[in-house]
Design a protein around this ligand. Structure first.
Ligand SMILES: NC(=O)c1ccc[n+]([C@@H]2O[C@H](COP(=O)([O-])OP(=O)(O)OC[C@H]3O[C@@H](n4cnc5c(N)ncnc54)[C@H](O)[C@@H]3O)[C@@H](O)[C@H]2O)c1
Length: 270
């Protein structure tokens, strides 16, 4: 658009009508919230999750609400599984325009107790999974020749250490930030934008389990301490991440690539 053109209506800019989105780890938590918002904005959704039952359930719930949704079982750590997932997504939806690399794990263990295998598992889901899905989905996008959009789930841990016991997680999410930036450099020539979101403390079941572990006074105190550090004084809701993701997936952010949006209620500024 030049300065003399009529601006594109906001409803068109935010719309994902006709777009097809793969969301890894879309069966629960943030991925599930993003699936709903993207579907509401008009996208066809493909949920790729290691948990087959929950993935199917999420897709079924979307369909019951009148949206187009599919699911498949996929382990983002495994190259073969990712390749099959991309073939299935392209077959079911016809093409792929958006990829959200959301599948992630965040176990908590201090270095002395952590085995090399456990450390590797975290990197393997959070980093290698992001690499593999980006590789095979972007190849499809390049073949389609109409651009695309990749959104990676980083974390406030991409920018600042979280707490003890999170070395593997923080290292993996630090890696996601730089992966996002360098991939954006590589894929810009194909009009594929690559951005990331850095959520703060968001109330998903998995997050609560990490903070609290088995319900304990210590865990609750930690949660209170966390909340009191955020400028807004509260934890975030999954939908508050989904809204940022919709911004990145839509033409609202058409000139943005290689960036990470922090959505943390003001945790990092404190
Ligand atoms: N919840 C938060 O506060 C928070 C904060 C910062 C970043 N994040 C990031 O957001 C993402 C989602 O977090 P969440 O809280 O919704 O967690 P969640 O556990 O609710 O969701 C993660 C999903 O990923 C799936 N998954 C796990 N391993 C997989 C694998 N190998 N292959 C495919 N799917 C796999 C799980 O089955 C699950 O459905 C993660 O990358 C996490 O690191 C979350």
């Amino acid at each position: 658009m030049t300065s003399t053109d009529k601006p594109i209506p906001i409803s068109e800019l935010i719309s994902l009508q006709g777009k097809r989105a793969i969301i890894t780890g879309g069966a629960t938590g943030l991925g599930n919230a993003m699936a709903y918002r993207f579907a509401e904005a008009g996208a066809t959704i493909f949920i790729a999750d290691i948990d087959s039952d929950k993935a199917k359930k999420s897709a079924t719930e979307l369909k019951q609400q009148g949206y187009n949704a599919y699911s498949t079982t996929c382990d983002v750590r495994q190259e073969g599984s990712v390749k099959q997932m991309v073939v299935a997504a392209a077959k079911d939806m016809g093409s792929v325009d958006i990829l959200v690399n959301n599948a992630g794990i965040f176990p908590r263990k201090e270095l002395a107790q952590m085995s090399a295998e456990e450390f590797g598992q975290v990197l393997s889901v959070n980093m290698t999974g992001t690499f593999l899905c980006s590789k095979y989905v972007s190849s499809k996008m390049i073949e389609q020749k109409r651009g695309g959009c990749i959104i990676n789930l980083g974390s406030i841990a991409s920018l600042h250490p979280t707490h003890k016991g999170m070395t593997a997680y923080d290292a993996s999410k630090g890696g996601v930030l730089m992966f996002t930036k360098t991939l954006a450099l590589e894929l810009g020539q194909h009009s594929i934008r690559v951005n990331a979101i850095a959520p703060g403390g968001i109330l998903t079941e998995a997050m609560m389990n990490t903070v609290k572990g088995p319900p304990s006074r210590e865990g609750l105190n930690e949660l209170k301490k966390f909340m009191s550090r955020t400028a807004l004084g509260r934890m975030g809701e999954p939908d508050e991440i989904a809204r940022a993701a919709l911004f990145l997936a839509s033409d609202m952010s058409s000139y943005m690539t290689g960036e990470m949006i922090v959505v943390d209620g003001g945790y990092l500024i404190s």
